[in-house]
Design a protein around this ligand. Structure first.
Ligand SMILES: [Zn+2]
Length: 342
């Protein structure tokens, strides 16, 4: 039976306002902060990203919080200056500001402590962004929740009520839409599938625990695994090829057995996290985004094989895993939606 029984529109559905001169200024500012990149954009009421800018997340270490914050502020200034705002109404004219950030976050305190941005620990980012933009309200949301909300609103998870979104990139983020609504939890951290524990005797995780799904399934984890087994980025033409997820996927697509084996082990860990989450909250759909997920079949084929191997109980049989459709826009679309409909 196809899991499409829940077709009722939900409150998360973006308002598909017809475009027109009157709508041109109805823009929300969306921000998406991850361990790899900082992105920001203006998103219209129909959930379309009308302008976006991004830059790499500065490799700042503990004690260098202002390095990352300054890069973010530069990016925001660039976005707000980039578009023609008839009448010069930015940023006071913004419909809202949505701030998606890698977890963990604290939506009550307005602080962020992204596992993969060590410079920020308990960083009061909501107040800082609000002050920089001179806006009273900034809506903070976990980045993977924003991605999930975006995909649910107008991407791969349209029409599905119970969805886990996963961002496979520097880390493994996750967010839940349950019963058609985002499930945030009291601190905004529900859905952290990357830090569900896979092996109690596993290797240490940057989060402070050990054996987390992220220690096996993130792009850097799979790269480390491959390197430890003798993988050379760039194959027979090494040199300036960087040892990253993109290079690993390229090697796997070229048939490199070491790359394929590392991805196989990594996707087995990801499948274990997915099956565990689905067993807990009874999911229809898993949407996977993030830089590494862009690798496509070379990631999804082994992932689906491991899922089929690990799913036991009959209700897990209907679970489907699909790639995100909105690409690098998903987090921005979701953050804007959260800002408009908090
Ligand atoms: Zn962890």
């Amino acid at each position: 039976v196809e899991p499409t029984a829940h077709a009722a529109p939900t409150r998360l559905q973006p308002i598909a306002a017809p475009g027109g001169p009157a709508d041109a200024l109805d823009l929300a500012l969306a921000i998406d902060i991850g361990g790899t990149k900082l992105a920001a954009g203006l998103v219209d009421a129909a959930g379309q990203v009308v302008t976006r800018r991004e830059r790499p997340t500065p490799p700042a270490t503990s004690g260098q919080a202002t390095v990352v914050t300054a890069a973010l502020f530069d990016l925001l200034d660039e976005v707000l200056a980039a578009d023609p705002w008839p009448g010069g109404r930015a940023p006071a004219a913004l419909a809202g500001v949505g701030l998606a950030c890698a977890g963990p976050i604290d939506v009550v305190a307005g602080t962020v402590s992204p596992v993969n941005i060590p410079a920020w620990r308990g960083e009061p980012l909501v107040a800082a962004v609000a002050a920089h933009l001179d806006r009273p309200t900034v809506h903070l949301v976990n980045d993977a929740v924003a991605m999930t909300v975006g995909e649910h609103g107008r991407g791969a998870a349209r029409g599905a009520d119970d969805v886990l979104g996963i961002v496979v990139s520097t880390g493994v983020g996750g967010g839940l839409v349950l019963g058609g609504e985002p499930r945030l939890g009291p601190t905004g951290n529900a859905g952290h599938v990357g830090h569900t524990v896979l092996a109690v005797d596993g290797e240490p995780c940057p989060c402070g625990s050990r054996g987390c799904v992220e220690t096996r399934a993130s792009a850097p984890s799979m790269v480390r695994d491959a390197l430890a087994h003798g993988w050379r980025p760039g194959g027979n033409a090494p040199g300036d090829a960087e040892a990253d997820g993109r290079a690993l996927a390229a090697s796997a697509m070229a048939g490199d057995p070491i790359a394929l084996a590392a991805i196989d082990r990594g996707t087995a860990a990801l499948a274990a996290g997915i099956v565990s989450a689905a067993a807990l909250v009874d999911l229809d759909l898993v949407v996977i985004g993030g830089g590494f997920a862009a690798a496509g079949d070379v990631l999804f084929d082994p992932l689906r094989r491991h899922l089929d191997d690990l799913r036991g109980m009959p209700f897990l049989g209907r679970l489907r895993v699909v790639p995100a459709e909105l690409g690098r826009d998903a987090g921005l679309v979701g953050a804007a939606q959260v800002a408009r409909h908090p």
